[in-house]
Design a binder for this molecule. Structure first.
Ligand code: PMP
Length: 282
């Protein structure tokens, strides 16, 4: 494994960051999670675009152009000779001192980890998964814009802990008004009377790349798709439900808070989207 840190490549054992890095001290930084399918990074331009928008959001100068970043990510894939895998791209505020003042950090740190991906078992995609609503709410959009993919994931982690305690893989997070935002690391969708609905970003969701891909697939299939506010009631009474993410891809949800969704098996439209997604990533 060759890990990129600020222009150099290191083995896993030697890939280290400073204890004074503000990414570590304060979660002051941003990241992307990307997939490699058949030697090609999926939606690389879209991920890079989101990274630079996150950077703008936290007033971070990456110090490298988006094109250079794209080339660097591709170089990492080549150097690691990865046909299929996962990339974690991080940009931290860099090394500062123990105060929070970002001005102390003179240079950002760019880290690119190219790794294997441990996929969810196939049966989850065939049978669907059960999820719960977590008591941990999403950070309000007026406090920290959910479109910023920042290194601050504490409340998502709290939600994930709740999911695991309930024996689930994922948990739905509500925003402070009680509307559905997203899951701890995935976007959420319902299908109701043939229409696909997912919360808006201002409801507290990241503008997921996989989510966008689902919108594109739906458009190509002439399935009506919209962003709208959803409540727990909408989830419970959905005909179908699924979650999306770079790691999970499209995962059917067959129960929410012990309520069976639809017939309690992955729905027809969800299965169709999963099939279409397979051809998009080819
Ligand atoms: N929401 C959150 C909070 C995430 O961390 C992620 C990424 N794992 C997603 C949604 C899904 O986004 P994407 O499809 O871009 O991976």
């Amino acid at each position: 494994m060759k890990i990129y840190i600020d222009g150099n490549y290191y083995d896993k054992e030697n890939a280290k960051v400073s204890v004074f890095d503000h990414g570590l001290l304060y979660g002051d930084g941003i990241f992307e999670g990307l997939r490699i399918y058949n030697n090609k990074v999926f939606k690389l331009k879209e991920h890079i675009k989101r990274l630079y928008m996150s950077a703008k959001g936290i007033n971070l100068d990456i110090g490298m152009s988006p094109d250079e970043m794209e080339d660097t990510v591709n170089e990492c894939v080549k150097k690691n000779n990865k046909e299929n895998g996962y990339i974690r791209l991080l940009v931290t505020r860099g090394i500062g001192d123990l105060g929070i003042d970002p001005a102390k950090c003179k240079k950002v740190s760019i880290i690119i980890i190219t790794a294997d991906i441990s996929l969810y078992p196939k049966e989850y995609y065939e049978k669907g998964i059960s999820i719960i609503t977590s008591s941990t709410r999403r950070i309000p959009a007026d406090c920290l814009d959910p479109r910023i993919k920042s290194l601050n994931y504490l409340n998502n982690i709290m939600a994930k802990l709740e999911a695991k305690q309930a024996g689930c893989l994922e948990a739905v997070m509500l925003n402070k008004e009680g509307f559905v935002a997203e899951c701890s690391a995935d976007n959420i969708f319902i299908i109701k009377e043939g229409k696909i609905i997912s919360p808006k970003s201002y409801n507290g969701s990241l503008e997921g790349i996989t989510r966008e891909t689902v919108f594109e697939i739906a458009e190509a299939l002439s399935i009506e798709c919209r962003e709208d506010a959803l409540t727990k009631y909408d989830l419970y009474n959905a005909d179908e439900c699924f979650i999306t993410g770079t790691g999970a891809e499209i995962m059917p949800v067959t129960a929410v808070d012990s309520r069976k969704i639809g017939n309690g098996i992955p729905g027809k439209s969800t299965k169709m989207l999963i099939e279409e997604f397979k051809s998009v990533i080819k």
